[in-house]
Design a protein around this ligand. Structure first.
Ligand code: PAF
Length: 273
């Protein structure tokens, strides 16, 4: 496995690559969710690149940029054991210069949910993903459904900017008790970890309601809000898959999304229904 930190070196290295390149962009602190992305990339592509870069431009002032978990040695071992071909491990100076231009998230889809609670976050995500795509030039790129809005905006960017990469959404991986895997789960104390289970409980309760014929979003949200009420709720929404507000669940075309703060940890989860 090769480890490269220089963007132009990686770009040159991959330029003559004749194999299908699969790309898994990450911010490190790899867990089973990332592993499922890598596994899928390995199944579908002959050459797999993983990037590990905690992108500063997607963190807002006061967020956890400085404390974001960093475990490069363990991450590299995981990549090696998973059969990754190249890890791109840049520093911020390898990615950003001065007087940087930036991709701006679209006005509607980019400004609901995370876009509203974390203004500017998606500009940072789209900008870095654009840069990473230009460096790696992948055929396929793998993103988790857990970050549903991110996935949606990246797919939109690829379409609107006529990029040739195929975006592959990969199902969320959960702990055995239902908690969605996230690098931020390690911030949770034992008690907070128990409280966090309310998120998957609320989501599964909502799908049960839909399963028994309840499609009215106000009714479903009321139930979810009751379950989540001991937590600090960022948002609970049921939207269509273009991230537009709807009144009734549209079966196989909707997403239930939750953002809560458990202690000081912001957790996201969703179910595609
Ligand atoms: O989902 C993430 O880990 C990050 O937002 C990403 C896509 C690697 C961009 O920094």
């Amino acid at each position: 496995m090769k480890i490269i930190s220089d963007a132009l070196e990686l770009k040159t290295y991959l330029k003559t690559m004749s194999k299908r390149v699969g790309f898994v962009p990450t911010m490190g602190a790899l867990h089973d969710g990332h592993l499922s992305l890598i596994k899928r990339a390995k199944e579908e592509c002959a050459f797999v690149v993983v990037s590990i870069f905690v992108n500063p431009t997607q963190f807002l002032q006061g967020e956890d940029l400085e404390s974001y978990p960093s475990r490069n040695d363990a991450d590299l071992k995981i990549c090696e054991l998973s059969g990754v071909d190249v890890v791109f491990l840049p520093q911020a100076k390898d990615i950003y210069g001065e007087d940087e231009l930036s991709i701006v998230a679209p006005n509607v889809r980019g400004f609901v949910l995370e876009g509203a609670t974390r203004p500017g976050h998606f500009n940072g995500v789209l900008t870095v993903v654009n840069k990473l795509f230009n460096i790696v030039n992948p055929d396929f790129a793998y993103f988790g459904k857990k970050d549903a809005q991110q996935l949606n905006l990246i797919s939109l960017m690829v379409k609107q900017l006529f990029m040739s990469v195929v975006i592959v959404p990969v199902d969320t991986v959960r702990e055995s008790d239902g908690l969605a895997m996230s690098s931020r789960n390690i911030y949770l104390s034992k008690e907070e970890r128990v409280k966090a289970l309310k998120i998957s409980t609320a989501l599964y309760e909502a799908t049960k309601m839909v399963g028994s014929g309840e499609l009215d979003i106000t009714v479903i949200k009321e139930k979810m809000l009751r379950i989540l009420s001991p937590l600090e709720i960022g948002y609970v929404e049921i939207l269509n898959r273009d991230f537009e507000y709807i009144r009734e669940v549209q079966l196989s075309k909707s997403i239930i999304l939750v953002e809560v703060l458990v202690g000081r940890t912001r957790l996201l989860d969703n179910l595609w229904i």
